[in-house]
Write a protein that binds this ligand. Structure first.
Ligand SMILES: Cc1cc2nc3c(=O)[nH]c(=O)nc-3n(C[C@H](O)[C@H](O)[C@H](O)COP(=O)(O)O)c2cc1C
Length: 357
């Protein structure tokens, strides 16, 4: 199960300390202009080693397109993109070769498969998410032609919540903060945990704008359900909220319903989705990331022989995965919307005749 999507699909491959990671996109319509510099710029947003708020692993994350493009346009054939790993320090992981890191995937991968690439977490590492960002960039190029756009940033770190969301601010912030008024406090929380050899969790918010009404399939491929699946499939994501989210269960309907006027909805508690379909308003997703599991504080665990051990981890790790994770969440949202858009085309006779006439 390394593939995601029904019509616009992404299959990813590779491990953290293997030769390369990458993806194959299938179902991308022919004739889409591919701006390679844009794809690279998206990877640069997720790239590690850029500041003290991210892992020190230095990867250029240069993407190479191997197929599916001719003279700058998609040909309708599979698009393969590869990103070579260049800064693996597998020696950092020799002390966890036979030990399960608390909070990481080592325990379950070992017991499921009986074999585990322990170097940097192998396939369970979020290094794989660079491939999703490359795929998401192609989806965004397609969706931009229809006026659909994506923005994201950090709304909360370790419980320090943004008061106002400014989606134009994150590019100026090393932690992609959405609210400059709490940015310093959020940065402080990350550095305090890092200096204590610990890590913190956070919340990324993704905004999708310009969706037509009706994207999303009833009943088992609803837009909210698939977005939630896409977000929960990102490493370290533990909860997803849409619109009012968990708060909606505390409200009265008279507070939660969005009044409808001829010019549109008067509020957006629904987060842009009703009945599993886009309602034309912005879709707002809050994606909750847990604290990075690999920390340098001594922890209790067991080894592969089920003996108790105390483990002090080495290696280079993000002190807060939500920061770079926000870019991954945005990319997954783009992959979902691209898929939904292609699925939706055949849902009415108007859509069908529009295409064949
Ligand atoms: C962008 C990103 C970077 C991550 N970096 C690290 C890291 O440096 N060290 C680590 O232990 N976990 C990191 N993680 C989280 C682990 O990959 C994840 O917690 C692990 O695979 C276990 O899966 P689970 O938390 O979903 O249960 C990162 C996650 C994301 C999204």
């Amino acid at each position: 199960m390394n593939r995601f999507g029904e019509r616009f699909t992404i299959t990813t491959f590779g491990e953290s300390h293997g030769k390369a990671i990458g993806c194959v996109l299938d179902g991308v319509p022919a004739g889409l202009a591919i701006d390679e510099a844009y794809i690279q710029s998206e990877l640069d947003r997720r790239r590690p080693g850029q500041n003290e708020f991210a892992t020190a692993r230095k990867e250029a994350d240069k993407v190479e397109i191997l197929s599916g493009i001719f003279e700058g346009f998609t040909t309708g054939t599979p698009i393969m993109m590869v990103i070579y790993n260049t800064d693996q320090k597998s020696g950092d992981y020799s002390n966890v070769k036979d030990i399960f890191r608390p909070g990481h995937a080592d325990f379950t991968y070992f017991h499921k498969y009986g074999i585990r690439d322990y170097r940097g977490g192998g396939r369970s590492s979020a290094r794989e998410t660079a491939a999703r960002v490359a795929g998401g960039a192609v989806a965004k190029l397609m969706l931009a032609q229809l006026g659909i756009s994506f923005q994201s940033g950090i709304s909360a770190i370790h419980g320090i919540e943004a008061q106002n969301l400014d989606f134009n601010y994150p590019p100026q912030s090393p932690i992609y903060a959405l609210d400059p008024s709490v940015e310093e406090a959020q940065k402080g929380a990350i550095l305090e945990a890092k200096n204590a050899h610990d890590s913190v969790g956070g919340v990324a918010t993704v905004k999708i704008s310009g969706l037509p009404i009706g994207l999303g399939e009833g009943l088992y491929y609803k837009l909210d359900a698939v977005l939630a699946e896409a977000m929960m499939g990102i490493n370290a994501v533990k909860a997803v909220e849409i619109g009012e989210g968990i708060h909606s269960s505390e409200l009265l309907a008279s507070q939660n319903n969005d009044p409808i006027a001829p010019e549109g909805f008067k509020s957006n508690h629904a987060g842009g989705i009703l009945g599993g379909m886009s309602n034309g308003d912005d879709v707002l997703l809050r994606v909750h990331f847990k604290p990075t599991p690999s920390i340098f504080i001594e922890q209790e665990s067991i080894n592969t022989a089920s003996e108790s051990v105390h483990v002090s981890l080495k290696g280079r790790h993000d002190p807060c995965v939500a920061v770079r994770g926000s870019v991954v969440a945005e990319s997954m949202a783009a992959l979902v919307v691209a898929d939904m858009l292609l699925l939706n085309m055949g849902r009415t006779m108007h859509g069908v005749t529009n295409y064949y006439q």
